[in-house]
Design a protein around this ligand. Structure first.
Ligand SMILES: Cc1ncc(COP(=O)(O)O)c(C=O)c1O
Length: 364
């Protein structure tokens, strides 16, 4: 069998470990997962009811374009419908944007290093060169160097704000000042997967700026604050022309009926969203304090996770936690072997994590 030469060195995406895998491996009954930045409250009870109600529609095709969800987003965030796109997770939107903006084996995209892996993986898959701009030592963004790397074949730039895996966050003003210096032929994608967890999301989001420009897009997801990671829904706010072409090429039914219904209903579940936000903001304070007092170097985060450098070998800490049934995320695959990332959990999970970590550090 003959495959494309340039995909032969691809390896499967490495997701966080699953609860069942760890239960089996260490013979444990209780395992908590704080590895994939999911919503620690589980699914919204309103969504659960809606899923039961619409399960019987599973034999129908969804309506192409997910018009009801688009209308709901328009009502909720006052963004014109013609600028809104829906995808099978923001992952799908990233993939399609790369394919409709860049020409294979000619163009390049620029990303920070490290950054969310899907940008570079999908670019590589479509034969697009990826140029990397190292983050500063404190994980802040080096916009000057990013500007220097842009050349005549640069078509896209990805910025994650708040950033993954560091949690570093800039105000929208700083991004807009940067966008103003970027050539208008280069599209800047601001991935705001975690923006709802910021102390003041309004100061961070670039959503309103998209409507004033032709080269700015904002991506959002239902996987995090809305707790729908397993259903796969994301949305993007794009310049009108890009949104139009997005729908011309997107597979017509990529967002299924249940995912669409769940997304529509969770937008109305203000209690769930508020409770999630409070859980994350309190948990972030608690974990930052505790980790610091245990001798970890904690990077300031505005997201639903915290990156830290433990005072001993990070992999030993990761393994030691696993043995006690706590799954967090080692950052080796981001090129950060000395760092770990923990997703903020419920109060009880945060306490279990901290006492397991104390045990690992004591036993060193
Ligand atoms: C920065 C960033 N963007 C996008 C995503 C993917 O979101 P979705 O589940 O909507 O595909 C993630 C998931 O972890 C992420 O960290």
């Amino acid at each position: 069998m003959q495959l494309r030469d340039d995909i032969l060195d691809f390896s499967p995406y490495s997701p966080g470990l699953s609860i069942d895998e760890i239960k089996e491996k260490y013979n444990l009954t209780n395992v908590i997962k704080m590895a994939s930045n999911e919503n620690p409250l589980g699914i919204s009870p309103i969504v659960e009811e809606v899923l039961k109600k619409y399960a019987s529609f599973g034999f129908r095709y969804p309506r192409s374009g997910n018009l009801e969800l688009v209308k709901k987003i328009f009502k909720k965030f006052h963004i014109p419908e013609k600028n809104i796109v829906i995808g099978n997770g923001s992952d799908e939107i990233i993939d399609i944007l790369i394919r409709i903006i860049c020409t294979s084996y000619r163009d390049n995209v620029v990303v920070f290093d490290p950054s969310f892996s899907i940008y570079r993986i999908q670019a590589k898959f479509h034969g697009i060169e990826v140029k990397f701009v190292p983050l500063n030592n404190d994980f802040s963004f080096n916009f000057e160097q990013m500007l220097e790397l842009i050349d005549s074949h640069t078509k896209m730039i990805f910025i994650t704000n708040p950033d993954n895996p560091s949690g570093y966050t800039v105000l929208s003003e700083e991004i807009i000042n940067f966008v103003d210096l970027v050539p208008s032929s280069v599209i800047v994608i601001v991935d705001e997967a975690y923006v709802e967890f910021c102390d003041d999301p309004e100061q961070v989001t670039c959503i309103k700026e998209v409507l004033k420009r032709d080269n700015l897009c904002v991506l959002r997801t239902f996987s995090k604050i809305y707790g729908l990671a397993g259903l796969r829904v994301g949305y993007g706010i794009l310049p009108e022309l890009l949104a139009d072409y997005f729908y011309r090429v997107r597979l017509p039914f990529s967002v299924n009926i249940l995912a669409e219904r769940a997304a529509i209903s969770v937008l109305d579940d203000e209690n769930y969203v508020e409770l999630t936000r409070n859980t994350i903001i309190c948990g972030r304070r608690y974990l930052t304090d505790r980790l610091t007092s245990l001798g970890c170097y904690v990077y300031p985060s505005q997201a639903n996770f915290i990156m830290f450098k433990p005072p001993m070998d990070a992999n030993k800490v990761f393994e030691g936690l696993l043995k006690q049934g706590v799954i967090i995320r080692p950052l080796k695959s981001y090129g950060l072997k000395d760092y770990l990332r923990v997703s903020i959990g419920r109060e009880d999970e945060n306490r279990i994590f901290i006492s397991a970590l104390k045990k690992v550090l004591r036993e060193e």
